[in-house]
Write a protein that binds this ligand. Structure first.
Ligand code: NAP
Length: 518
């Protein structure tokens, strides 16, 4: 029996009318739920959400933090149920599902903590006051205030819990009401997460709207105080940029990324740094069947190329692919039939310029959207094009040979190849050679939102480059969309307007007191 998902608009749960989408279990293709947003009055929904802004703005950061705390606790109390839904609707193994669900809980809890730390203020100070006149009396301050609009969140199919939660946490703490729209194909988890938030009773009326399907004409109704935070493909992002430029709404884009993992020439196969590199790369290829925006797509190695190839092929050959409801399975299917088609086509393109070492574009089972972990080898990556351009959103990566006989030359050559990705979310580099790292990191830094330095000193402590942490910014320039989210309080800036106030210092302090602790 399939469930009917509902949207939460104007303070009520409603079922969509007309054409409905069917959500399936991607391992079995069995239908699980149906959903749609036909019949929803988007103008009225938007009006109701706008009505939620004054109440949120009136709350202190500590009070907004309490709303988040209640939500995070509710998710924690229903963790197993959410994990079960992610296994069924997302093709997730239990480990993949925990990654999404626990990431959601931890990120909301992190923003709840930040709210508690900011205490009784309602607007964030940016830097210290500056003296503008002859005396300290005439001064200026910079302030981040919540934008006077609605934040529309459009999420990708791969992280229905975490994606919904990370955007919601930053918006609510900043003081902006939300209209949240998950990807339709995996909306079961996001829908339950939304229900649990509403059921806390902590969200002020209007502050949270949930659309279990398409956004109708909502985006054409937005204005300059509104924000759209989008995560998804570059193609959809391009459409939204055009559409929203006409409306003047602010748009943040988190899109594709050809993330690179680079092995320093100093790292030998018997070292902790080597083990970390191999473990991180294998995890990134198979976790969530490679459907992570931060997953490594290009692996660069120099003198150790043959040993890297051998280690990765050995580890990937041992991965059991199948229905993730079975505990022995190490990797589940792709999330949708469209994904399967796109990934197989993407592997085909890569295989025209790189040699397939393991896996390939054949389907693995007759039912379900399975592909095998796939590793290719580009012996001359400088001559490759698709390897640096096309994100194949599945368990697929290309090992690339980096020539260069000195650390300095290797750093320069690797950096040049990494930059060919046109801007990424995260680049990981593994080395214990400080000169190599300094040269490499500074060369690739302008092309990334985050750089992960794997070394023997951190080997026992990291969760790998693929884990997005609420403390650090997430996003990247160029190909990755140019957006930025998270990064602790930095994540509130997307939903805020920075304003300079100048005048009598005592007056400024009374209008916008500095936080008690920050
Ligand atoms: P997608 O097809 O672009 O869809 C993303 C979202 O946009 C979905 O919610 C989709 O809704 C919605 N959408 C599609 N067309 C729209 C339109 N014309 N107007 C408004 N909304 C529209 O991407 P996807 O296949 O779900 O996600 C995979 C991509 O996301 C990958 O390329 C991956 O790299 C990227 N991604 C990036 C990050 C990051 O943080 N940078 C994180 C995760 C994923 P429906 O589902 O209802 O069509």
């Amino acid at each position: 029996m399939t469930t009917m998902l509902r949207s939460y608009v104007q303070g009520r749960w409603v079922e969509g009318q007309g054409t409905l989408a069917t959500l399936v279990n991607p391992a079995t293709e069995e239908p699980l739920a149906r959903t749609g947003t036909g019949g929803i009055d988007f103008a009225a929904a938007l009006g109701h959400a706008r009505g939620g802004a004054p109440a949120l703005r009136e709350m202190t950061f500590a009070q907004r933090g309490e709303v988040l705390r209640a939500w995070s606790k509710a998710l924690h109390a229903h963790r197993d149920e959410l994990i079960g839904l992610a296994i069924a609707n997302g093709g997730n193994t239990r480990g993949d599902a925990k990654f999404d669900v626990d990431g959601a809980i931890a990120t909301i809890a992190h923003y709840a903590d930040l709210g508690a730390q900011l205490g009784s203020v309602r607007a964030l100070r940016d830097g210290d006051a500056v003296q503008l006149g002859r005396t300290a009396r005439y001064a200026g301050i910079h302030l981040w205030v919540p934008r006077d609009g609605v934040a529309v969140h459009i999420n990708a199919f791969n992280f229905p819990a975490w994606g919904t939660a990370e955007k919601a946490a930053a918006s609510l703490l900043a003081g902006m009401p939300i209209i949240s729209k998950p990807a339709t194909s995996t909306a079961l988890v996001a829908s339950r997460l939304a229900e649990l938030g509403i059921e806390t009773g902590a969200l002020p009326p209007g502050s949270f709207t949930f659309l279990a399907g398409g956004p109708g004409d909502l985006l054409d109704r937005l204005g300059p105080q509104d924000v759209v935070a989008f995560t998804g493909s570059s193609q959809t992002a391009a459409k939204l940029r055009e559409q929203l430029a006409r409306r003047g709404a602010r748009l943040n884009v988190e899109a594709d990324s050809l993330n690179a993992a680079v092995l320093g020439p100093d790292v030998t196969p018997d070292s902790a740094t080597w083990d970390l590199f191999v473990a991180d790369v294998v995890r990134d290829i198979i976790q969530k069947a490679g459907q992570k925006c931060t997953a490594v797509r290009r692996i660069f190695a120099g003198p150790q190329l043959d040993a890297v190839q051998e280690a990765l092929v050995e580890r990937l050959s041992a991965v059991k692919v199948g229905d993730p409801a079975r505990s022995e399975i190490g990797m589940g299917p792709l999330s949708t039939a469209d994904q399967l088609r796109d990934v197989r086509a993407g592997i085909g393109k890569l295989a025209r310029e790189a040699e397939t070492l393991i896996g390939g574009d054949k389907s693995v089972e007759t039912k379900g959207y399975f592909v095998a972990p796939t590793l290719l080898l580009a012996r001359d990556p400088a001559a490759a094009a698709a390897v640096h351009r096309d994100e194949v959103f599945g368990p697929v990566a290309t090992l690339c040979a980096v020539p260069g006989d000195s650390a300095q030359a290797a750093a320069q050559l690797a950096a040049g190849l990494v930059q060919r990705g046109g801007g990424g979310l995260v680049c990981s580099v593994y080395s214990d050679d400080r000169d190599f790292l300094r040269a490499f990191v500074l060369a690739v830094a302008p092309y990334h939102g985050r750089i992960y330095l794997g070394s023997e000193k951190v080997a026992g402590q990291t969760m790998g480059p693929g884990t997005v942490l609420p403390q650090l910014v997430h996003g990247g320039p160029g190909h990755a969309g140019g957006g930025e989210e998270l990064g602790g309080l930095r994540g509130l800036q997307l939903y805020s307007q920075r304003v300079a106030l100048q005048g009598d210092r005592a007056l400024l302090d009374s209008i916008a007191p500095a936080p008690e602790k920050q």
